[in-house]
Design a protein around this ligand. Sequence first.
Ligand SMILES: [Zn+2]
Length: 323
Amino acid sequence: MSEYIIAVDLGGTQARAALCDQQGKILKRVTNPTNAAGGVEAVYQSVVTSIRQVAPAWARVRGIGVGAPGPLDPWTGVILDAPNLGGAINFPIKTRLEHDFGVPAFVGNDANLAALGEHRFGAGRGVAHLIYITISTGIGGGIIVDHQLFLGWRGFAGEVGHQTIDVNGPRCNCGNVGCLEVLAAGPALERAAREQLRAGRESKMRALVQDDLDRITGKMISQAAREGDSLALEIYERAGRYYGFGLINLLHNFDTELFVIGGGVALNAWEWIYPPMIQVLDQHALASMRQGVRVVQAQLGDDVGLLGAAALVSDQVKDTRFL
Ligand SMILES: [Zn+2]
């Protein structure tokens, strides 16, 4: 009989669950609202419901993998502090799931698990040393060292968005200054567009928002870039340079072979951010370390969280039990 894995991707608004095989094929999937307004028990119930909806009673299930927003303890499977998951504080999701379903459960930070997913099933298959970076409203990531997810002392490793790029830069939400995230995540690009337009800069974006600058979105910037708008292209050029310096820091620290870049902001603007990112790497990285290093787009799209959660289980569970 085949062996299955149940993967859960738990976000602030949606809980997704999938029944997967060992090769990372998704056989069945559901999406349910997280019901975060109902508190942490409501969030947990939406996870339980989602799992029941994808798991046939007959299935041999190796385990349940859950990707959740951090910070969390990946060894004990406790979500430490997640305001957007119904105010979860020290919520023992691993223990609860093991109690309710009778199979091993594993929990990981969502961006960390995305790295694992791309390593096992996506752009990083077979690559021993890679770093995954997701660039959207925030910047997160995961570090694979010698085919293993690098967790760090407490399991918090891979906060690639909170590396300092500019010591004189603006203050980040995390308390640090000049982080990659505060300089070049989606909101930073929108802010840059607004500031330039407010200062009187001409741009196709002005017409797109009918002069209401609060309506600037990342999509508008990429739309304007596609039409050759010089402001939009400048914003991406600058962001691409920031990403490039972020890659250099990581490369110099980890001797990484492959960078896998995901997230809506990066993938929608790939043709404009990629050249400056590579140019910075070529010009400023240690030549001996730059050689042979590749930077590629993520391949798994929206399924990266589910497949990462599945990879987490297949890494850690040897036996199977009936669900
Ligand atoms: Zn930060």
